[in-house]
Design a protein around this ligand. Structure first.
Ligand code: AMP
Ligand code: DBH
Length: 539
C-alpha cells in the first residue's frame, strides 16, 4: 500500500522527466553510490562511519526490520539527534519502503503526539536519553492510542534492553531493497507551520533527489567537501541544501556537531579541516563575537563557504562574514515545502550581501501576487507564489488547509512577502503567515494560543513577534485572563503539555482586552506596533 499524497499533474511530471530533473531513482541510491569505499562518510563524537558501513548497516537494519514484519507502506516516527544513526535509520527505512517523520530533537510530547496522530506509525525509533523517553510513560501512552505501533527501537537503550546498534551490526544474508516507487512518498518533512497542528509535507524520491543534486551543482560539492552539520540533523536545510545528503551524493565528509556554539564548532572545524558549513543568522553573530573575543580566526582558516539561511540575514551581519571570517557567504532561502533559493558562488558581492538568491531550477516558477492573487511587477513587494519540480502539491491529509494555501494552478503561497528583481533574484521583505521566526526556529502562533487557552483562567491569548537583536524575533503572548495569573504559571502550563522549549513565549503581557480588526480578528499588527513602541521607550 502506498502513502496518499497530492501528485503533480501529468503534463508537469512529463516535463520534469523530459528535462532530466526526475531520475526515477530512489533516494537510497545515495547511500549505495559509494558503497565500495572505505572513506569516512559521517563522523560524530562517538564514531566514524565509512561509506561501506553506511550502506551495510542500513541494509542490515532493514533486513532485521523486515524479519520482524515491517512492511512497505508502513510509517515510522523517528526522533534522533545529531549522530550517525540518523542516516543509518533513514536509509534503512527508505530501503524497506517505510516513510519516516523525522521529529526534531527539541520536540516534546505535544509535537510527537501530533505527528503520530497523522501518520499512525507502525514503528517508533527514538533515543532513551531524550527526556520524553527516559521511562516508558509516554511510549505506553502512544501504544495505547495507536494500536498500529508494533515496534520500538532504541538508541542508547536502557540496561537489559537491546538497542539499534545490535540490530544494524547484525550480519544478515544479502538484503533486497523494496523502496517505494520513485514518484511516490519517500518520507515526510516537517513544516514550520502557521496552524494549530504541525503539518506534514510528503516528499517523493524524485522531487527530493532533484533538490539535492541541483544544490550540489550550485554549491559545487565534491568528494573534497568537508561539511560541518551544526544545525538539527532532521531539518530540511542541513539534510538537503545540499546538506548531508548532498555530501553523501558527492562522496565527501560530514562531521556532526551537537550544537552550533563556537566552543563546540571551532575546534571541530580546525580538527577536521572543515571547508563548508550551514548556519542560521543568530549563530553567525555568536561566531563573530567569539572570534573577536578569543582572537582565534586561525581556527576557521580551512572554511571556504558559509551558508546562512532559515531567517533573514541583515546586510550588516552579512558584510562581516567575508571581512572577518575571510570565507565566502552564501545566502539560502528555503522551505521544507520545496523551493530553495541560493546566491551563486560567482555572484557579485552586493548581490550576495543583499539578496536571498534565486531558485535552484529553471523550472521553478516563482512570482509575486497582490492580495487578490494578481501578479505584481518586478521589484514590488507581495506574496510569494511557487510551483516546480521539487515543491510539494499539498500537506498530508489537510484538504482544508491546502485549499487555502494553493491557488487554482497549483501554486503554493508560502506566506512570505518578497520582491523579485529583473534577474529573478529574491529579497525577503516580510511575512504574512501567522508565524514567529525565532532565529530560524519557526513557531506557529495558533499552536501556542490553543495550548494557552486550555488554561482554566485564560479567556484569550494572542502570540506575536517582537524584534530581538540576536534572534531577529522573539515571541510575546498577550493574555486576557479571568483572574490574576503569573507568567511562571503559564510557562509551567505550557511545559506540562510537552512542547519544544523554543516555543515558550519569551514574554507575557496581561491585558483587559485584545484589539480587534474591523472583521473581528485579533489585530496583531497593532500588538506588534505596541511592543515595538514599548521597546523604544524602555531602550
Ligand atoms: P519551514 O516552513 O520551517 O521550512 O521554514 C521556511 C520558512 O523560513 C520560509 O518560508 C521563510 O519564512 C523562512 N526562511 C528560510 N530561509 C530564509 C531566509 N534566508 N531569509 C528569510 N526567511 C527565511
Ligand atoms: O528555513 C528553512 O526551512 C530552510 C532554510 C534554508 C530550508 O528548508 C532550506 C534551506 O532547505
Amino acid at each position: 500500500m502506498s502513502i496518499s499524497f497530492t501528485p503533480w499533474p501529468a503534463e508537469l511530471a512529463a516535463r520534469y522527466r523530459e528535462k532530466g530533473y526526475w531520475l526515477d531513482k530512489p533516494l537510497t541510491e545515495i547511500s549505495d553510490r559509494h558503497r565500495d569505499s572505505d572513506r569516512p562518510a559521517i563522523i560524530d563524537p562517538v564514531q566514524t562511519l565509512s561509506y561501506r558501513q553506511l550502506a551495510l548497516y542500513s541494509d542490515q537494519l532493514a533486513a532485521q526490520l523486515q524479519k520482524r514484519g515491517v512492511m512497505p507502506g508502513d510509517t515510522a516516527l523517528v526522533q534522533l539527534g545529531n549522530g550517525c544513526e540518523f542516516y543509518i535509520v533513514f536509509f534503512a527505512l527508505l530501503k524497506l519502503g517505510v516513510a519516516p517523520v523525522n521529529a526534531l530533537f527539541s520536540h516534546q510530547r505535544s509535537e510527537l503526539n501530533a505527528y503520530a496522530a497523522q501518520i499512525k506509525p507502525q514503528l517508533l525509533i527514538a533515543d532513551r536519553q531524550h527526556p520524553v523517553f527516559t521511562d516508558n510513560r509516554f511510549v505506553d501512552e502512544l501504544s495505547a492510542h495507536y494500536p498500529e505501533l508494533q515496534h520500538q527501537l532504541w538508541h542508547n537503550p536502557l540496561e537489559n534492553e537491546s538497542g539499534l546498534l545490535s540490530l544494524y551490526t547484525q550480519k544478515t544474508e544479502e538484503f533486497a531493497p523494496t523502496p517505494s516507487a520513485a514518484d511516490k512518498v519517500a518520507f515526510f518533512q516537517l513544516s514550520g507551520g502557521s496552524t494549530g497542528t504541525p503539518k506534514l509535507i510528503p516528499r517523493t524520491h524524485n522531487d527530493y533527489y532533484y533538490s539535492i543534486i541541483g544544490s550540489v551543482d550550485i554549491c559545487r560539492f565534491t568528494e573534497n567537501t568537508r561539511y560541518l552539520c551544526a544545525l538539527p540533523i532532521a531539518h530540511n536545510y542541513p539534510m538537503s541544501s545540499p546538506g548531508i545528503l548532498g555530501v553523501l551524493y558527492s562522496g565527501g565528509l560530514s562531521v556532526l556537531a551537537p550544537d552550533p556554539s563556537p566552543t563546540t564548532c571551532f575546534s571541530l572545524i580546525a580538527n577536521h579541516l572543515i571547508n563548508v558549513t550551514a548556519l542560521v543568522p543568530p549563530a553567525v553573530s555568536l561566531w563573530l563575537q567569539s572570534m573577536q573575543e578569543w582572537n582565534c580566526a586561525h581556527q576557521l582558516s580551512s572554511l571556504r563557504l558559509l551558508q546562512v539561511g532559515g531567517a533573514k540575514l541583515s546586510e550588516s551581519l552579512a558584510a562581516r562574514i567575508p571581512a572577518e571570517i575571510g570565507c565566502q557567504l552564501q545566502q539560502v532561502f528555503g522551505m521544507a515545502e520545496g523551493l530553495v533559493n541560493y546566491t551563486r558562488l560567482d555572484d557579485d558581492l552586493q548581490t550576495i550581501l543583499t539578496t536571498q538568491g534565486c531558485p535552484i531550477s529553471p523550472d521553478d516558477e516563482v512570482w509575486v501576487a497582490d492580495e487578490e492573487g494578481h501578479p505584481l511587477p518586478v521589484n514590488t513587494t507581495g506574496r510569494l507564489m511557487t510551483r516546480g519540480p521539487y515543491t510539494f502539491r499539498g500537506y498530508y491529509n489537510s484538504p482544508e488547509h491546502n485549499a487555502a494555501c494553493f491557488d487554482q494552478q497549483g501554486f503554493y503561497c508560502s506566506g512570505d512577502l518578497i520582491s523579485i528583481d529583473e534577474r529573478g533574484y529574491i529579497t525577503v521583505q516580510g511575512r504574512e503567515k501567522d508565524q514567529i521566526n525565532r532565529g530560524g526556529e519557526k513557531i506557529a502562533a495558533e499552536e501556542i494560543e490553543n495550548l494557552l487557552q486550555r488554561h482554566p483562567d485564560i479567556i484569550h491569548a494572542a502570540l506575536v513577534s517582537m524584534s530581538d537583536e540576536l534572534l531577529g524575533e522573539k515571541s510575546c503572548a498577550y493574555i486576557v485572563a479571568k483572574q490574576a495569573v503569573k507568567a511562571v504559571q503559564l510557562r509551567r502550563h505550557l511545559r506540562d503539555q510537552g512542547i519544544a522549549e523554543f516555543k515558550l513565549p519569551d514574554r507575557f503581557v496581561f491585558t483587559d482586552a485584545l484589539p480587534l480588526t474591523p472583521v473581528g480578528k485579533v489585530d496583531k499588527k497593532l500588538l506588534r506596533q505596541q511592543l515595538s513602541e514599548d521597546n523604544k521607550k524602555n531602550a
